[in-house]
Ligand binder design. Sequence first.
Ligand code: HEM
Length: 401
Amino acid sequence: MTDRVQLESFDEDSYYQDPLGFFARLRESRPAALVPMPSYGRAWVITRYEHVRAVLADPRMARDVHRWPGGGRTRPSEATGVYAHMLHFDPPDHTRLRRLVQKAFTPRRAALRPQAEQIAAGLLDEMAAARGDVIDLLDAYARPLPIAVLCELLGIPPADRTWVAAAVADYDRRAEHDRVERELAAYFTRLIAARRAEPGDDLVSALVVARDSDGPDGAAGGLTGNELLSTVYLLVMAGFDTTVNLIASGTLALLTHPEEKSRLRLDPSLLPAAVEELLRFTSPVNHANDRFTTEDVPVGDVVIPAGEWVFPAVSSANRDPARFPDPDRLDLGRDTSGHVAFGYGVHYCLGAPLARMEAEVALGALLDRFPRVSLAVAPEELRWRPVSLMNGLESLPVRLA
Ligand code: HEM
């Protein structure tokens, strides 16, 4: 049936530079469209709010490739040992893993705000030395802040942070995926061994306890060694770039909408609502991770056959005029409820409260310290990284005063 469906034309570079433009055209003309996605051959891209939510909530849209109709599928990360985490599974395995990780994650992330404030203040102090010059806000602020917070959470020693950040950044290049996965797997294996020998108050130590403690039946406590390693890997991959993008693109949105920036400056109590609108407006993640159909599934007017890849474009859903009136207008006071920047359904972002806190701290402290911060280039000159999943700037040149 799909052989008769027209394949959309897809230009990789123009997609990277303007994913919302590409999605907006599909949302109008073909809201469930077959697109030649890099690495996938072809995939169904879903662009309307109503359909994106329905796909993300549908158990026939699976993540675990071992359930592929007809069988025989694996993912490359199985070979590198970092496959076995919650985002690669469906219930009930997903439910078990998520519950275990959530238990260790929640109390630790809740305590991180003072540390995030301290880290932000330290970075702003360093930036003050460059007042008057053009600086790259991405390098100086948006990138180091989330990696430092994440390393505090996980117990990654300060000396290793630059290396971990560089390894994650290298993952942008498709050809580097295997190498990065192998190197991070080796690093996290050593970190887990070190925390087992000498536990701390960090999340990795807590997950080691979840791994080693006896379950109710006297067997291991519900997390295999491979699941532990994969979970640590997932937290770094899911928690770093996403938050970097929110801080950088959120700052850009404020700098290109000076009236909204002043509104926030005059009323700092608007900050939590502003972060929600910046999540909706900038969508740090272009589309949720791939799903595949375990059986034929209708989406709007089309039926997607069993055994097809599906990409729910959350950024497009957040700009759907059928859900958000005047969606391309940044309005820090608007009702953003129901935005899907953190996904929807069982895989809804586990780190959402942490990401919100980091963005509040980062944007609040930046505007407080440098109220006259401004963009140092024309917005059209900015380039976006060549990554399908994430929507992230290459650099963000600003003047602080
Ligand atoms: C602005 C920042 C962030 C954004 C926009 C974001 C977005 C998302 C989205 C869209 C999903 C769903 C993916 C899917 O269904 O395919 C997701 C899942 C996830 N995120 Fe985030 N995320 C952010 C920050 C974080 C942070 C800071 C962490 C943790 C340190 C984190 C950990 C996770 C995990 C573990 C999952 C998988 C949940 C599951 O499978 O049940 N994220 N995130």
